[in-house]
Design a protein around this ligand. Structure first.
Ligand code: SAH
Length: 523
């Protein structure tokens, strides 16, 4: 246990991008007995918590009754005294406008041990993500973090406007949207130049980050006009104009777009990560899950006699990966010794067959993704069609001798029969085995809700279309543009009564991404 019992950890979770959470914060979240968390913590921040950890929301929301600060302190004291390891998780840094100081004082007064884990504060993170350096050799040799007193619990302003007006550097206002008009006027009245560059950064480092720039004199009207709301930072200083040259996050091609990924969770991560890297907000709404069937009798039989096949066809990356899993398992089962084990040069772990079992066969992959999966297992596919559909693979196999040959088609349970039928027609002795089946996964309500804001819904197979359309019914986000990986998937989309906005020219995930990017750029 890295989190000690009876200790309260005042932990900063950073400004919103999960990647900006510290290692220490993740370690403690993973260990804690109880986690008291705020509203503005990064998405998924609590994913690593123990299944039996108590997760207690104590956030404040403007205009909504919340747990009073004194009571939070009491609850932390109680939990610490009960001998729990307690994480008090806050947005940004716990000691920067985070009331972590007050909580620490309450704990000390009660004799409860605490530790502080700093977090990346919004004042440097949101600014950096907006392309605004808070200091700059030419523009600002100091920076002040100031509260704009958006805190509903605090009525009057205690700021020294004269001092702030003459402060020789950048002013970063936290909680500054609500009183922006008054505050900007007060600064100008106290002598700050109305023409000084200014910026407002809304939801900094989150997928929906939005930045507007103006001058001190015009920033309030700009913020109002653009509908910038909390959480937002206001930056006043010459550095705000540096954004013109340094802006990066909001320039990414999919920034501000929400994209739904419908692939099974096991395969979604690559596509989701790429989309996020391009700036998109990704909603994972898996409609299906892959259920391996590698232990079925038909798969065991095919794998045991795999050396007898002249041609082996794989129709998905999943299939390729599962075939190798089945091979490895078949060696360990001792059912099909593919090579002598425990004897010979450098004999290692017994069992576990590998790519060498396919040495004699011609190997065909339906597309580049499947070919890549094969390559990862040491097989360079002999045949890979350009287009990622069964018909294309049939064409690509035109030059391969099939007559009287033994052929293995290893694929999903519910695939189309185009490929085996065509190979049988050409005189092949074809065995079809199902390495996995896809089963419906119930959609998560929060994800369904998030999907309603989507700009795009991506489909990479007919089965995801059917399952998602049926599972969502009326709740399907019909305002989003549907991007399909290819004609078969598109046909299923139309059958489901939906419209295709974009169809990939290359029928793999890269092709789908390229099509989506082109569409987004054109709109
Ligand atoms: N402890 C936090 C600040 C809490 S006060 C920290 O260190 O960042 C809450 C204020 O912080 C908000 O009103 C807003 O001004 C600012 N803030 C927090 N997260 C933000 C974000 N992602 N983007 C812009 N401002 C943010």
């Amino acid at each position: 246990m890295r989190a000690r019992r009876g200790v309260v950890y005042l932990v900063g979770a950073g400004p919103g991008d999960p990647g900006l959470m510290t290692r220490r914060s993740l370690e403690l979240i993973a260990d804690a007995d109880a986690i008291y968390y705020d509203r503005l913590i990064p998405p998924g921040a609590l994913d690593g918590a123990r299944a039996d950890a108590e997760l207690i929301y104590v956030g404040k929301q403007p205009g909504v009754p919340s747990v009073p600060q004194a009571e939070i302190g009491e609850r932390l004291v109680e939990a610490g005294r009960a001998g729990k390891s307690v994480v008090r998780l806050k947005g940004g840094d716990p000691f920067v406008f985070g009331r972590g100081g007050e909580e620490g004082e309450a704990l000390r007064a009660a004799g409860v041990e605490f530790e502080v884990v700093p977090g990346v504060t919004a004042g440097v993170a949101a600014t950096a993500y907006a392309g605004i350096p808070v200091t700059h050799r030419d523009d600002a040799s100091a920076v002040a973090f100031v509260t704009g007193h958006e805190d509903p619990e605090k009525a009057e302003t205690a700021l020294d406007w004269e001092a702030l007006a003459s402060f020789p550097g950048t002013l970063v206002f936290y909680m500054g949207v609500k009183r922006l008009g008054e505050n900007a006027a007060a600064l100008i009245a106290a002598g700050r130049d109305a023409g000084e560059p200014a910026a407002a950064i809304e939801r900094g480092t989150w997928a929906g980050q939005r930045t507007v720039t103006a001058t001190l004199g015009t920033i309030a009207a700009t913020v109002e006009g653009e509908g910038i709301g909390a959480p937002a930072l206001i930056v006043i200083g010459a550095v705000a104009a540096r954004r013109e040259a340094l802006e990066w996050l909001e320039r990414r091609p999919l920034h501000g777009r929400t994209v739904v990924v419908t692939r099974a969770r096991a395969q979604a991560s690559g596509l989701a990560a790429t989309l996020r890297g391009l700036g998109a907000e990704v909603v994972e709404l898996p409609a299906i899950r892959i259920e391996p069937r590698t232990r079925s009798e038909e798969v065991r039989r095919a794998v045991a006699t795999i050396a007898d096949y002249d041609l082996i066809c794989l129709t998905s990356p999943n299939g390729a990966n599962l075939l190798f899993e089945a091979l490895a398992a078949s060696g360990r089962d001792g059912r099909a010794p593919g090579r002598p084990t425990g004897a010979g040069i450098g004999a290692g772990t017994p069992g576990g067959r590998d790519a060498r079992a396919l040495a004699g066969a011609t190997v065909a992959a339906i597309g580049p993704g499947t070919a890549r999966a094969l390559a990862a297992h040491g097989i360079a596919a002999d045949v890979v069609p350009e287009r990622f559909v069964a018909e294309a693979l049939v064409e690509a196999l035109a030059d391969v001798e099939v007559e009287g040959k033994r052929v293995l088609v290893a694929r999903a349970a519910e695939a189309r029969d185009v490929l085996p039928d065509a190979l049988r027609e050409r005189g092949g002795e074809v065995d079809v085995v199902a390495l996995y089946e896809t089963v419906r996964e119930a959609p998560d309500d929060a994800a369904v809700e998030a999907a309603q804001r989507a700009d795009y819904v991506t489909f990479t197979s007919s089965s995801t279309v059917r399952n998602l359309a049926e599972a969502l019914g009326e709740r399907f986000p019909t305002a989003a543009r549907i991007v399909s990986i290819g004609p078969i998937t598109s046909a299923t989309v139309r059958e489901a009564g939906l419209e295709i906005a974009v169809e990939a020219e290359r029928h793999d995930v890269d092709g789908l991404l390229a099509a989506l990017l082109a569409d987004a750029a054109a709109r």
